[in-house]
Design a protein around this ligand. Structure first.
Ligand SMILES: [Zn+2]
Length: 311
């Protein structure tokens, strides 16, 4: 049984225009580093399927799904339709969004179904800013929430931890999952940047840790040890999902936390320790942010190396 690596060529066709930071090249930047470091030799490579409406509606309202499908169908070839000031779609975006959410469904089928010990989804568009009824922040479907709800609905997993270390707070995941009795969400993010929320958790199942700008790796690690780990040990998750955003890297202009590859490696080790102790090592990780291409690729490789036990 090898860990799964799930992606799809469609994820590179979604394009929000020249100079947009959430660019198609992000997928290749991650893929190239995994390949170059030999990590893909130890993973089963899988093509993401399209998520179905039945799977999406566990995380999104039917109204939103209908509305988004309708807007997506009307995008003229070669043109962009603006969804919010930072987020737009081209004629391939809907298909890419279905693949991204479908990747999480496949990851759950493999990991919860006992066919892979863990999975990493190299996907875009990202998902953690997509709320139950709103796109935004480069996100359309909340991929990780679709995966979590699939694990609950189909595999009866009762205690799931969602770990989000993207530099931005996962407001969409919080919007969908707050007060979900089967989920504990742990988020560390930079305060006072997009989406300008998270300081006050929406539900008791949320461990939100906002860090000041320029906190650096030591403060990040202390926050993980002091706030995430005790909550995770108490919760004893049966399965862990990771919203893996690498935009807290010091080379990434989107945030100012000042993290480096070693911090992503370290936090992944902490998560895997919890997973091995309580969740039979079952972890599904998916790409969220990360926009400085070189730092993104290197950080993702540091993360995946630990995730698949190749360190
Ligand atoms: Zn982000």
């Amino acid at each position: 049984m090898l860990p799964a690596y799930i992606t799809h060529p469609d994820c590179q066709k979604h394009d929000m225009g020249p100079h947009h930071p959430e660019c198609p090249e992000r997928i290749g930047a991650v893929n190239d580093q995994l390949l170059m470091k030999g990590l893909l030799d130890y993973m089963d490579q899988c093509d993401a399927p399209l998520a179905t409406r039945e799977q999406l509606v566990r995380a999104h309202s039917g109204f939103y799904l209908d509305e988004f499908a309708e807007i997506a169908q009307q995008v003229p070839d070669g043109k962009l339709v603006q969804i919010d000031p930072d987020t737009s779609i081209n004629e391939f975006s809907y298909q890419a969004a279905l693949r991204s959410a479908g990747a999480l469904v496949m990851a759950v089928d493999l990991v919860a179904g006992g066919k892979a010990p863990s999975a990493f989804c190299n996907i875009r568009p990202p998902g953690h800013h997509a709320e139950r009824s709103n796109a935004g922040g480069f996100c359309f479907f909340n991929n990780v929430a679709v995966g979590i709800r699939h694990a609950i609905a189909v595999y009866g997993v009762e205690r799931i931890a969602l770990i989000d270390f993207d530099v931005h707070h996962g407001n969409g995941s919080e919007d969908i999952l707050f007060n979900d009795e089967h989920v504990l969400m742990c988020s560390i993010f930079e305060k006072n940047i997009y989406p300008f929320c998270g300081d006050v958790p929406m539900g008791k199942n949320m461990v939100n840790v906002g860090l000041p700008s320029r906190s650096g790796g030591d403060v990040f690690r202390q926050a993980v040890l002091n706030q995430w780990i005790p909550a995770l040990e108490k919760y004893q998750p049966q399965m862990i999902f990771i919203s893996a955003g690498f935009d807290g890297h010091r080379e990434d202009d989107m945030g100012n936390l000042g993290l480096v590859e070693a911090d992503y490696e370290w936090v992944t080790k902490q998560i895997m320790r919890i997973a091995d102790r309580f969740a039979q090592g079952r972890v599904v990780s998916c790409l969220e942010g990360g926009y400085a291409l070189s730092a993104l690729g290197r950080s993702a490789a540091a993360h995946v190396r630990v995730l698949i036990g190749a360190d």
